[in-house]
Write a protein that binds this ligand. Sequence first.
Ligand SMILES: Nc1ncnc2c1ncn2[C@@H]1O[C@H](COP(=O)(O)OP(=O)(O)O)[C@@H](O)[C@H]1O
Ligand SMILES: [Mg+2]
Length: 256
Amino acid sequence: MAELRVASAPLLEAKGLVRNFGGLAAVRDVSLSLRPGTLHAVIGPNGAGKSTLVNLLSGHLVPTSGKILFEGRDVAGEPPWRMTQLGIGRSFQRTNLLTSLTVLENVRLAAQAVSAVSGLRMLRPASREKQLIVAAFEALERVGLAGAAHRQSGLLSHGEQRQLEIAMTLATRPRVLLLDEPLAGMGPEESERFTHLLKDLAHEHAVLLIEHDMDFVFAVADWMTVMVDGTVLAEGHPADVRANPEVQRAYLGGHA
Ligand SMILES: Nc1ncnc2c1ncn2[C@@H]1O[C@H](COP(=O)(O)OP(=O)(O)O)[C@@H](O)[C@H]1O
Ligand SMILES: [Mg+2]
């Protein structure tokens, strides 16, 4: 099963991706392949270029050079809304919700963002609204927040807000999920629940996970890319990455 998954065609690929900020090369010649059914973790110290990579893949930044292939088609430089339509969903390192709205309203808005191009636009407004609510509830159930649908988003715990963000991403019906440090600020209990959710999601989507908690990453990842200074230092199965002397020297320290 694992071999089959790894052998499947990539959904999203970066090829020789470069992004400069003035004189700084934040991402330098990064290539990676994200395959369906895979939880692919990207690790690396602060400033390694992980968030920049996610921003390039989600269309929030335009690459200086290099290719981004979605199902083999070059989509580099497409705007975020287009990437969302294609099926590339993302969550942000910093929270992105409208705290004065209810949980349901936030997810419904996210669902609406893709409805303009889906079959929904053919429906009468009332039916369309119903479909949006259905999609929103489905996403909330998926992350275990359906019971909190009518609560004000700003009053949720930090962990619940992160779950809500995942629901908002799921409401856009993505095929690829780009998650930038989704565990940031979660307590141990919340993280554990989140771990189960992530593993479930990885079976149906291709998940690219940025995370700095090493124990967590090694426990959940099917595949790993290690970034240092904007480049890929190593890539492979977690066990091989952990054993890689260069990775240990550059990054893991006493952790391996
Ligand atoms: N919008 C920006 N403008 C200028 N420099 C940036 C910008 N975004 C990131 N950088 C720089 O690019 C490098 C990589 O940052 P980032 O991708 O956020 O790393 P990571 O997510 O791995 O911590 C850092 O040196 C950071 O200061
Ligand atoms: Mg970051």
